[in-house]
Design a protein around this ligand. Sequence first.
Ligand code: UD1
Ligand code: MG
Length: 506
Amino acid sequence: MNIVILAAGQGKRMKSALPKVLQTLAGKPLLQHVLETAITLQGKSSKNGPIVVVGHGAADVKDFIAGIANTHPSFNKVTTALQAEQKGTGHALLQALPKLDVNVPTLVLYGDVPLTTHKTLSALIKLADGVRSKESALALLTQNLNNPTGYGRIVRDVDGSVAAIVEEKDASSAQKAIQEINTGIMVLPTTSLKKWLKALRSSNAQGEYYLTDVIAMAVRDGVPIRTAQADQEYETVGVNSRDQLAALERLHQNTIAIQLMDSGVSLADPARLDVRGTLECGSDVFIDVGCVFEGRVTLASGTKVGPYCVIRNSVVGKSVAIHAYSHLDGAKVGNQSVIGPYARLRPGADLSNDVHIGNFVEVKNSKIASNSKANHLAYVGDSIVGSRVNIGAGTITCNYDGVNKHQTIIEDDVFIGSDTQLVAPVRVRRGATLGAGTTLTKDAPANQLTVSRAKQVSLQWQRPVKQEKKAATKNVASKKVTKATSKVMTKIGAKASTKKVMRGKK
Ligand code: UD1
Ligand code: MG
């Protein structure tokens, strides 16, 4: 099976610097949706991959194809054909001719019609074979629309057989009343197609080489023409403008929401969910409003996701509670863990079972073993954290020296007091306690209290009083206190100027 994807058009109505086929739907370029379907249709055994006809923004489209082939080997066989000047759909297909295998039929897809399903297309392909002659029939995907304006109309004979496709701009008023339209998707016998494409003329309202003109040629050559329709109307909807793109996005998201609910997921509101990739859920998963899932996300059974969470490429275990406004990216979360609200798990965050990560806590590239907690305002980066560790509020692993990243190791049963800085590389041994406010620059021994902190002092003093501007005489009381404080500062070895200390904050 040859598959040609027409994608050379400009997409003027998008008013975008990006070629239309690279606009995204559900987080993926339109063209990627079409290519993925095309690749599965052709199967792994196919010698040739899909051929994309590029033109407008050809360099960007080719870059996209090269990029995706790098990460997804199944895209390796995709090739392109250049249509330097856009002279119509027939002219576009003509550019791919040298790459077509004449022994198999050719399926034509559009780069801006992203949601045609594998099922619909394989039925169309099936419809095209089954003739006794060597060549297949011609199969057209059509659609009955209440408002067919803008589309090519399927003109049928009195006996119901397809006679031609007439473009809107060339149609008579009687033809304009026809509600059966050409979706543009068709399967054609390749040997005949070669002949037909070469015979196309551009004597029509748009001065273009219409692919649709091959239908009348097929009738003349006695090639059987068959039609099929898609299960869902949105499968054949093309994207020409941003409002059409947004409308198709909602339709697609609605389909995903229904599939999720059918599989046992509860959604607070199916209209307020966005899946931009694949979301796999166990039973009794609950997802609150406004959540966005990107890439590959797995939520095991019983997990609850609070409102407005963004979860990307993450694996979440069973019965996890992810509270509102949490952000997970490249994270692994063990069973029964509690995340958020307002938590941020960055790539490499690997949490075991029953780990609690609370509000305004950021975890990056760190393994945290079971039953450990960092409940408030902390940064844990490039770390290995043991079990039953308590990380106090305001604790920070200082992993970056401005050039390199260093590791922090916190062993089992450690208690870290609030506002502690762990200057990596550093290790806190089993059972250690770090006093609040510690700046840890050397390893902390097991089972001891380690604390680095300026000594606390209490002084008799009087707050300075605001002086009247006119009576700017020296304040004796304040001077006395300055002297006393200065003495103590010297005692505790502080270098700060006493004046500065006295000034404090207003
Ligand atoms: C086409 C069909 C029309 C059908 C409609 C369905 C023709 C002549 N008309 O019309 O019967 O109802 O699609 O949406 O085929 N393209 C190129 N090179 C070109 C022109 C177009 O690659 O020179 C590509 C576009 O990028 C797009 C596809 O072909 O992916 C369709 O082109 P478009 O201009 O949108 O065709 P329509 O006028 O909508
Ligand atoms: Mg179009």
